[in-house]
Write a protein that binds this ligand. Structure first.
Ligand code: ATP
Length: 237
């Protein structure tokens, strides 16, 4: 069987003495997609930071296509194919959209033509400065910029936060297309559980830094009792 793309084995991590995550194990196959759900402060962002190497592993290990990357620096993980899109959408405000896209590009299938086909709004705005964009356009640019590094997995931290429903729809369409047509794996941290579950195959719910529940996303979407118990959600029937 093929090695998973990204695997956590019994990972503990946190900040200094403070343990935030403990006993985290999961395996994301190539082309897989995982929703990371949980209430505020349970450690979702920390899990992504740990995957990227910004937060170090105190116990357990992280593997990329079978290789132990637990001690690898973040830029080296990026070079292997981990693509991180921070919650802060840290695009360069004084560079144009096109400059933002080309400044960290690496050769591969994702070039300006492919990006502009996926995000036509960015093509319209290509000469605008980063700080002249709406929140939705900034989020598109943040995702597009990471795509330009031609990653094998995208780690998305609350990409839909604070965006109007119509923009969320546009973005989810792009993310779905990217995952389905281009085979990019996804780890999606999202407060909008319903949106996240519709975009992914598998889901993990974190509670107090540990995995409290795992399910197929489609099953969890119908499991109102679990959604209410761990997320306080009441989804429509
Ligand atoms: N830089 C830091 N130093 C110390 N503690 C931190 C740091 N960043 C986060 N924490 C703590 O780690 C815990 C988990 O935070 P994290 O941001 O990973 O949670 P989250 O599930 O992503 O929450 P949210 O949905 O609010 O973003 C919280 O208790 C938080 O206060």
């Amino acid at each position: 069987m093929a090695e998973p793309l990204l695997e956590f084995r019994d990972v503990r991590s946190g900040y200094g003495e403070a343990v935030v995550l403990d006993g985290i194990s999961f395996a994301l196959p190539a082309n897989g997609s995982l929703a990371l759900l949980g209430r505020n402060g349970v450690g979702k962002t920390t899990l992504l930071l740990t995957a990227m190497g910004f937060v170090s592993v105190a116990r357990g290990s992280i593997h990329w296509r079978g290789q132990d990357i637990s001690r690898l620096a973040p830029h080296k993980r990026a070079r292997l194919g981990l693509g991180w899109v921070a919650q802060e959408r840290d695009i360069f405000p004084s560079l144009s959209v096109e400059e933002n896209l080309t400044v960290i590009a690496r050769p591969g299938r994702w070039n300006l033509t492919a990006i502009y086909a996926l995000f036509p709004r960015l093509a319209d705005r290509r000469a605008n400065m980063g700080n002249q964009l709406s929140g939705g356009e900034q989020q598109m640019l943040a995702i597009a910029r990471t795509l330009m590094t031609n990653p094998s997995v995208l780690l998305l931290d609350e990409p839909f936060e604070g965006l109007a429903p119509i923009i969320v729809e546009e973005l989810t369409g792009a993310v779905r297309q990217m995952a389905a047509d281009e085979g990019i794996a996804l780890v999606l941290v999202e407060q909008h559980a319903e949106v996240a579950l519709r975009l992914t195959q598998d889901a993990i719910i974190l509670e107090r830094g540990m995995i409290a529940h795992r399910a197929k996303s489609a099953d969890l979407l119908r499991d109102n009792a679990t959604l209410e118990r761990y997320l306080g959600l009441k989804l429509g029937a």
